[in-house]
Ligand binder design. Structure first.
Ligand code: ADP
Length: 382
């Protein structure tokens, strides 16, 4: 497999560029705008929305295999293409239980994996008795198309919950369940793990990391997470069970909660490379992006081990509307010892938009130093 068609042209596809070159793989990107980050590293592009299956047919004509950097696709339409023999990796059946957060929760629960308590909100349903079990605060989530905390609301009282639901039930098409309610987990920390599965069924797992979110958006990642060997083993076992059950091919990102009692619960699965794995570009022999291409091309998987004691990854989020390329700040960040700055070349900055990231490698395991470095990166940036 030498030509990989990628649905989605954001930074996740852009970061496959280096690995593609190394492996001698051509990337062809389906993305709506020729301003999108990955357009510049692709051999060819199909300029169309990610859910445009007709465009994916064109993409398939130029590719040996198709993969995803964005899962907001039209699975029903793509499955007609799969029936015509077009090869998707991961296969569409591995995506279908994951695209709706309620279906995803059910899938994980049915596999016996630990998840927060949850239920789907039926239109016009009286929720009083169901929420009595969970209590407040609780978490209301849009079942589809949520990312970076869009569509996730922490709700403190019944009135706010009813208001949020009523706003959406006035939409004439909202005849089916659009929301999921789940228990608020008063987590001690949030964890994540990247796992990859090959065509032959080999699974490799990256070190479990700690992720730090603010306003539900990932701000920092620390690799490895400061957890017990038992918690790490539990997390790895979850990753194994999940990828094998899905018969996944490629990289998957798994987000988890560590509860105050030390239990691990699964929050969310992304059927693609993930922000929590960006550290691997600079800190591992095989990055998550190379690993993904290896898996979808049918190559043997690479080594996911950390090559340093600790890596700290800090997202550079937009904080204003601007067309600036922030050269000065990027230069300052690059002067931090052992810092690697990745800039996604987006044409426009908006508050909260992921514009780039910095990874700093440490020779020792030193959580206080990691926190200090994150703080100095953020004080240069914001
Ligand atoms: P998205 O798909 O938009 O990233 P997530 O479900 O991952 O949404 O939620 C984003 C963040 O919101 C999480 O990283 C976590 O900080 C918080 N969150 C989500 N679900 C819960 C929950 N059940 N309890 C506590 N916090 C939660």
């Amino acid at each position: 497999m030498k030509r990989v068609g990628v649905i989605g042209g954001g930074q996740l596809a852009w970061m496959m560029g280096g690995a593609a070159k190394k492996l001698g793989v051509e990337l062809i990107i389906q993305t709506p705008s020729n301003q999108d980050p990955a357009v510049s590293i692709a051999q060819d592009n199909v300029l169309a929305a990610v859910d445009d299956a007709q465009a994916t047919k064109l993409l398939a004509a130029k590719s040996d295999v198709i993969t995803f950097e964005n899962e907001f696709v039209n699975l029903e339409a793509l499955s007609l293409l799969a029936k015509q023999g077009i090869c998707f990796r991961p296969r569409l059946e591995a995506l279908s239980p994951l695209l709706d957060k309620y279906h995803q929760r059910c899938y994980l629960r049915d596999l016996g994996l630990p998840v927060p308590q949850f239920f789907a909100v039926e239109p016009k349903e009286n929720l009083t008795s169901k929420i009595a079990d969970l209590g407040f605060p609780l978490v209301l989530k849009s079942r589809r198309h949520g990312y970076d905390g869009q569509g996730t609301f922490i709700i403190h009282d019944l009135e706010t919950l009813q208001q949020k639901l009523a706003m959406n039930q006035t939409i004439p098409t909202a005849s089916q369940s659009l929301f999921l309610v789940e228990e608020f987990v008063p987590f001690e920390r949030e964890l994540a793990v990247i796992a990859a599965r090959s065509v032959e069924g080999e699974v490799v797992i990256y070190p479990v990391v700690e992720t730090q979110q603010e306003q539900q958006v990932c701000r920092r990642v620390i690799a490895p997470a400061d957890i017990t060997p038992h918690q790490a083993a539990e997390t790895e076992a979850i990753a194994h069970t999940l990828l094998n059950s899905l018969q996944a091919v490629g990289v998957f990102g798994i987000e988890l909660f560590l509860t105050p009692a030390g239990k691990v619960l699964v929050n969310e699965i992304a059927p693609r490379t993930h922000n929590s794995g960006h550290f691997s570009l600079d800190a591992c022999e095989t990055s998550q992006f190379e690993q993904h291409l290896r898996a979808v091309c049918g190559l043997p998987l690479g080594n996911p081990q950390l090559q340093c004691a600790t890596a700290v990854m800090i997202n550079l989020l937009g904080y204003e509307n601007s067309h600036s390329d922030y050269q000065d700040k990027r230069q300052k960040l690059a002067q931090i010892p052992q810092a690697h700055v990745h800039w996604y070349n987006k044409s426009q900055s908006r508050p909260g938009r992921k514009l780039g990231h910095v990874t700093v490698l440490l020779e020792n395991h030193n959580p206080a130093l990691a926190a200090e470095i994150a703080h100095s990166v953020e004080s240069i940036w914001y």
